[in-house]
Write a protein that binds this ligand. Sequence first.
Ligand code: NAD
Ligand code: MG
Length: 398
Amino acid sequence: MKSSRITILGSTGSIGINTIDVIARHPDRFSVYALSAHSRIAQLAVQAQETNAKVVVVPTDHAAQLFKSCWHSKNAMPEIRVGARALAQTAADRETDVVMAAIVGAAGLPAALSAAQAGKRVLLANKEALVAAGSLFMAAVRDNGAELLPIDSEHNAIFQCLPHDGRAFAPTAPTAGVRRLILTASGGPFRTKRWEELHHVTPEQACAHPNWSMGKKISVDSATMLNKGLEVIEAHWLFAMPPERINVVIHPQSVVHSMVEYEDGSVIAQLGQPDMRTPIAYGLGFPDRIDAGVGLLDLALAGRLDFEQPDFKQFPCLKLSFDALSVGQGACIALNAANEMAVEAFLEGRLAYTAISSVLESTLTWHAGLPTRTYQSLDDVMALDAEVRHQAVTFLTS
Ligand code: NAD
Ligand code: MG
């Protein structure tokens, strides 16, 4: 069996760490080619030592110096590459077969797209890349013979519940016989709270997810349910499914990761513990099933599985996401960029939790007043993204 050489974009994050954990369980199947990080350079150095990475990518010359000063191994130091361009080049490097796209935010788009354009197996955790550039990204996968495997647990679940012949696919039409995709959502830490009670919640409270341990940005997105909104947009692109055939249901236990409903009334679900190593191992091993280090699912211990309808009044960000998707790609770029700004401001104590949705709403209204544009290149997408960030600053302070 040929061993796959893996590049992990965003190796120091929650998904990156879990990816290294799964890889380390299968030294015969996988080796690490490259790792990247934007901060926590000391942690990157430890990871590079432990995985014997050949290349690391850091954002600045200063970070490169820091990396050198953190290198305490007798083994040869990896090649250090610097900057966003080097990151995109590394994702397309002929020495790598598989790219885990695990950077957070639209910042991850150029490198993820570069991996698709180079025909790699792309394990996509970075949902913001698809939200901002869905059609461009899916076309790059198709045109360059890349393999796209969704890592977001809901989309990984749906992928597992759809028919495939052991090959990854990037469809241009909904799979025949499928009626609806049903995305489950935990409802986050404020599921049982009324909107009026949320004004003073702190970043710590918003990040205390009941079931999953994740990076800060996605944790806040899960609390507002904007995360589920981004996932609806992600599912639209991944599975070529019209928005009206994507349904969201709250499932507080996070055991059913998502479902596919077929024309004959059958609903197929994927279940498992809330542990990202399962979808990561699925993507790495596909079409084989490999050990992920995840224990048994004890359904008797879980006892019950509950489902409820999400309330758009309690979760306005979910409604705004459906609105953005119905408007089109520009609105999705705007929604995502404004949200990144708003969440950062909330985490830094500059914005009230309940103002996040107001910032998104103002941004979408502002965007609706812009002349219609098309987004045919990465530059088109990144230009609007930058414009929105510039504009959103005024909404953060108003
Ligand atoms: P995280 O914040 O824990 O890690 C993010 C990683 O990206 C870090 O390595 C960081 O150094 C790097 N990074 C941050 N900004 C960067 C920039 N501007 N340029 C280059 N690198 C940068 O995030 P996470 O929770 O691991 O999530 C990563 C992605 O996976 C997100 O898109 C998230 O929505 C998605 N995802 C995460 C989970 C989860 O369980 N954590 C589940 C599903 C999907
Ligand atoms: Mg998810």
